[in-house]
Each structure stands twice: as C-alpha cells, then as structure tokens.
Design a protein around this ligand. Structure first.
Ligand SMILES: Nc1ncnc2c1ncn2[C@@H]1O[C@H](COP(=O)(O)OP(=O)(O)OP(=O)(O)O)[C@@H](O)[C@H]1O
Length: 646
C-alpha cells in the first residue's frame, strides 16, 4: 500500500520512499509538530512473523542504545495497525561515499574519523552484551556532516551464547556474505570479534571501492572468508595509506584472537593512525605529493609573535627551485655548491651530503630516507639515520622537480622533458615518459594519476603506475608546479599558473581511477595576473593564493576565480607561498618575510633581512624555516609566554 502523503500520529507526513528492506519501508517524512524532516521506518503491511520479530528487535535495541555513532530512535507509534518509528534523517548516503580513498590527507582523515566513531559505537554495543551481526556499508549511513551512524539492528543478538546465523526469512540466510566473518559464515562462535571483522570488510570496501572477496555466488564469497587471504588493499587502491591498510588487514584476521581485542582498542589504533598521517603530512614537504596544494599542518599558530630562533650557515647559495623540506626533527635544503644540508630543529647541523652538482631540486623525506636530485642528473636515496646511500640513479639531464613517492616508486622530472618513475628499493627505472618540452615543475599526483606541465605549454596527465598517457591539454609555458585543490569525491581543481601570467583552473574528474577533464566545463576560469609567475600557487579552504614575480599577491576563490584580496609584497617573488593553520607565509627576493591571514590577507607579521629568498620556506613543528640566498637557514618560532594574537 502506498503511504505517500499519509499523516502518521497527527504529526509525520510521509514524503518520499527512501528505501525498502525485508521487514519495513523507510520514508522521508516531515514532522509537522517540530517543523523538521525525519526518517520514518514502518513495518510492511503483511509480514512474515520472523520479519516482525526482527523489526521489534531493532526497536528494542535502538531504545537501549545512546551513542553518537548509532542512529537514535525519536518516537514510536502505530499507523493502521503497523508499527513505525521515527529517527533522524541521514542525508549523507552510505558509508561507501567516503571512498575510494584518494591520496589526500583530508580523504584519509575523514575516513579515519568515521572508522573511529564506528569502532566506538561497536564498543558501546558490545559493552551491553549485543552483537550487530550485519554490519555493511549500507547499514552505516552518514549525516549531512559526514558523521556515520550505525543502524539496522534487525539481526542483533543479545547474549554471547547465541550462535544462530540462520535467522531465516522465508528460508533465506540473513546477514551479508561480503562482510561476514569466517566464524559467522560457519555458524559458530559469533561474538563482538565478528563485528570487528565485518567492520574490517566494510572499511576495505570503502577504502578500495570493492569488498575483500568477490565471487559468482554467496557460497564462493563465504568460502573465501573462511579459507582465503584478502589482497593487500594497496593493490586495489595505491592511495590507501600504509597505516590504514595494516589496520584493515588485522581486522580481517581469520582467527578472532588475532583481531584487535575490542572496539575501544581499535578506536585507539585508528586515532593513532590519524596522528601518524597528520605528522607525515606536516613534515614530508614535497610539493607534488601530499603537500601538493602548498598547505601544511603544524605551522606557527600565532605568527604575530614570531622571532628568529637561530641561523645556520649552509656553505652555499640557495636559489630557486630549491625548497626547505623537513621530517620530524630534521630540516633540509640543497645548495648551488652541491651540498644538501640536514639541520635539526634546534639549529645543529646533523649531516651534509655532497652531490657533484647543484642540489636545487627540493629533497623528499620518505620512510626514514632522503631522496634528492642534483643538476648533474643523479637521484640519490640516503638513509637518514646513518647517511648510508641506498642507491643512485643517473638520468641524462638536470633533475628539476621534487621526487614524489608513488606506489613504492619515486616520480621525478628532469630538465630534458622526462618524467621518470624510479623503483624505491633498487633505484632502477620502472618507466620514463617524454613530454615535448623542458620541465621545471614537479609532478603532481592525484589518486593514481600524475600531472606534469612542460615549458612547451602542455599539461600531461598520465597513469602514475604505468606512465600511460591519459590526456594532455595545451595551456602555455609553465615553470611553477600546479596546485591541486580536491573538491569532494572524485573531483578536483588543478590550478596551473603559466609563465606569461595566465592562471588556469582545470576541472578534473576521476572515472574508474582515470582522471579526465570535466566534459561540461573543463576550464573553470582563467585569471590574468599580468606578469610572470615563478612561484607555485598554494590552496586551502576554498582559496588559492598566487604570487606573481612582480610582488603582487592575490587570493582567488577556487570555485570561480573571484578575487578575494590582494597584497603587495615588498619585492619580487620566486618562492612559493605556504599555507598553514589559516595563514599564508611569503618570502621575497629582497628579504621580506610575512605572514598574512588566509581569508582576508591581513598582515600579521613582517620581518626584513638584508638578503633575499628564492627557495620555498617550510612550516613545521610550530616554526617557520627560511633559506636565504646567501646560504643561511633561519628558524622563526613563536616567542614563548606571549598570548595568542590571532
Ligand atoms: N534514518 C535514515 N535516513 C535516511 N535514509 C534512511 C534512514 N534509514 C534508512 N534509510 C534508507 O532506507 C533504506 C532501507 O532501510 P532498511 O533499514 O529497511 O534497510 P535494509 O538494510 O535494506 O533492509 P533489511 O531490514 O532487510 O536489512 C536504507 O538502505 C537507507 O537507504
């Protein structure tokens, strides 16, 4: 019977059918009494007694639970003899909309936050002696803020002793094979650990886009849950961070005792993974990879109170396109005189590595090693701990871009127009792609796609794993590395500044892992800064900051290129602006350092030095690190004891 427009309990007007399950229908309804929209779940007209039991079980369970990660029951009633209940309307779709994971810190953080809340919700359930037994991505819906709520408690079992899997409805096995723990598939020893396994399978599906096991029929899937090992999630989606892949695989352990011991313990592990990722993002400052938007976490919170903490002579000039990069307690910068200096955060020189030539390409810290290229075409990988050189790879021309880690390899550009993919373990070349013109910019990675812009004016998009071209488009000579602003699921804006001053915003979409230009509006906007651009744009919070060489700095809206503010720096700008915690950090060729608010461009801090800066500064660990052209590295920290000024 169609219930649309029916008015339940003088209060709920049913508006749209949201979905239908075995026992009930779910409607979007308007609660006239409170003037808000809710979801109403109403029992089918004629139901099998088993389905009625499931429905009642769900209501009783919901009434016992109160947790931010569990959908709450608002009201209970009957309509023409049919039981119904109302609950908050969850408009964010199923949990799977958070995936597949993209190679952005935001994507992993949203995923980990959601997983943590679900783990806590499971703990809440388990603590009350309940086991969900049917956790699937569709049974965890997101609200408008992407907060997940566990629902669908029709299969919940109370009491750990209950082993019944075959709660049947018309002879059908209930539970969802794709997410079912091995012990549940076999019908023995189902308990809280089975929900943790199911959560592992759900997270696998979200992270990779497909569940751990697929098969032609339920039996084949269940067989694999019992006997086969799942693939490493990174094989299906290389953007899955290592920490997340490891946690998912422990949840999918065949033996319950090998899984995390409780939802609470899992929640802690997920939070730790989030902290680790956050730290990796705040330090491994390579422009093309995680920090490709020029945004970094962990910069000075109140730049108004910045003071010089130390200065270290590096023994050589520091010029564009060098950049200060860092990891944990170490900061590094290369010089023209063939040195790569590694300084610790208290200002002591930790080590110096020599190259035969200028080290102007920014170095990358990655997994305890340092990867750096030099003007003579050598790429080296060195262990930070003991300075041991792991390998050296020789290319034919100057290395211009920062080595960008991708799927166990490093993507690195050279002046003669090549993008090389070099194996991280052996230093051997996996593939090389030749663009038409010289390259000065670093590669930019998005999902499994890599973009490079050359000086002949073309932007190339390649498959990052194989180097196969995906598309190319002509924009104009590019020196600076483009900035990528992710725009929600499978969409991003790539902001490409051309040397002659035109900044183009390309609208990218990803379909089955491949990037392409949006068919309806490939170019969102073009903005003419009327001057050369050497610095890479920086983007965060829906804005992009572009510093032209003549010193004019502009913040534009990523969406439509509208100008939000402008600022005139004291001199020419070659170093890229850096964004952290709502501030933009700028350095000029005549020695002006400044910190501006991101949203309004207000100057919060300014310092002048007799020598200038061309290399992009680093923000990390609450400090600002700047390498001056004369070869000094200076650290600026917030003066202690001063109140926050912003
Ligand atoms: N609170 C809600 N807000 C928005 N949509 C909802 C809400 N609750 C349920 N839905 C939608 O209604 C659909 C049907 O819900 P129901 O709980 O009956 O799911 P089911 O899992 O398909 O059925 P079964 O009870 O057989 O397991 C869900 O898949 C979901 O899309």
């Amino acid at each position: 019977m169609d219930l649309l427009d029916a008015r339940l309990d003088q209060r709920y007007v049913l508006q749209d059918l949201l979905g239908e399950g075995g026992s009930a229908k779910v409607y979007r309804a308007h609660d006239e009494r409170l003037g808000r929209d809710v979801a109403v779940k109403i029992l089918h007209d004629h139901v099998h007694p088993a389905d009625r039991t499931r429905f009642e079980r769900e209501i009783r369970t919901l009434a016992r639970l109160a947790h931010p990660g569990v959908v709450s029951i608002l009201d209970l009633g009957t309509f023409e003899g049919r039981t119904f209940f109302s609950m908050p309307l969850l408009s964010g779709g199923p949990l799977s909309t958070l995936g597949p994971l993209e190679d952005t810190p935001e994507s992993a953080e949203v995923f980990l936050d959601a997983a943590t809340l679900i783990a806590q919700a499971l703990h809440h359930l388990h603590d009350r002696g309940l086991v969900h037994r049917d956790l699937t991505p569709n049974n965890i819906l997101l609200d408008a803020h992407r907060t997940p709520r566990v629902m669908d408690f029709g299969l919940v079992s109370s009491g750990m002793s209950e082993h019944t899997l075959h709660l049947t409805r018309s002879g059908v096995t209930l539970g969802t094979p794709q997410y079912m723990a091995p012990e549940q598939a076999r019908g023995v020893n189902v308990g809280p650990h089975s929900d943790l396994y199911a959560l592992g399978a759900v997270l696998y599906r979200v992270a990779c886009g497909s569940p751990p096991f697929v098969g032609d029929n339920d039996q084949s899937v269940l067989y694999q849950h019992v006997y086969e090992l799942p693939d490493d999630p990174r094989l299906h989606n290389p953007a899955v961070p290592d920490e997340i892949a490891r946690l998912i695989l422990t949840l999918l352990a065949k033996k319950p005792e090998a899984r995390p011991e409780s939802g609470l313990r899992l929640a802690r592990q997920l939070q730790r993974a989030r902290d680790l990722l956050r730290r990796a993002h705040s330090s491994g400052q390579y422009r093309g990879g995680r920090a490709r938007g020029g945004e970094h976490l962990g910069g000075p919170l109140s730049p108004g109170a910045l003071q010089e903490a130390w200065a270290v002579p590096l023994g050589g000039e520091v010029t564009w396109p060098a950049a200060v990069t860092g990891s944990g307690p170490l900061v590094t910068v290369g010089t023209r005189q063939g040195q790569l200096a590694v300084v610790n955060v208290s200002g002591d020189l930790h080590a110096t590595y020599t190259a035969r030539d200028e080290v102007t390409a920014p170095a990358t810290f990655h997994e305890g090693t340092l990867v750096y290229g030099a003007w003579d075409g050598t790429l080296r990988r060195v262990r930070v701990q003991d300075s041991h050189e792991l390998w050296r790879h020789q290319t034919r021309a100057e290395i211009t871009g920062t080595p960008t880690p991708w799927g166990g390899r490093y993507l690195v550009t050279s002046r003669d127009g090549h993008l090389h993919s070099v194996d991280g373990d052996s230093g051997e070349l996996a593939w090389a792609y030749r663009t038409g013109g010289p390259i000065a910019a670093s590669p930019v990675v998005w999902g499994s796609n890599v973009f490079i812009a050359d000086e002949d004016g073309w932007l190339h998009a390649l498959d990052a794993t194989t180097g196969t071209p995906v598309f190319k488009t002509q924009l104009g000579t590019v020196h600076a590395t483009p900035a990528l602003a992710p725009r929600g699921r499978g969409e991003a804006v790539l902001i490409v500044p051309t040397w002659n001053g035109e900044v183009h915003a390309l609208h990218l979409q990803v379909r089955q892992g491949r990037a392409h230009l949006a068919a309806d509006e490939p170019l969102l906007w073009t903005y003419d800064v009327e001057g050369e651009v050497w610095a890479s744009p920086a983007t965060a919070e829906g804005l992009v900051v572009i510093a032209a060489w003549d010193g004019q700095v502009r913040a534009l809206r990523v969406l439509d290129g509208e100008e939000v503010w402008t600022h005139r720096a004291s001199g020419r700008v070659t170093a890229s602006p850096v964004i952290s915690d709502g501030h933009v950090f700028l350095a000029t060729e005549d020695g002006e350092l400044s910190a501006l608010t991101l949203t309004r461009g207000q100057v919060r801090w300014r310092a002048l030095h007799p020598t200038g800066v061309q290399a992009t500064p680093l923000v990390s660990d609450g400090a600002l690190y700047v390498a001056f052209m004369d070869g000094t590295l200076r650290a600026y920290r917030e003066a202690t004891g001063q109140p926050l000024t912003t």
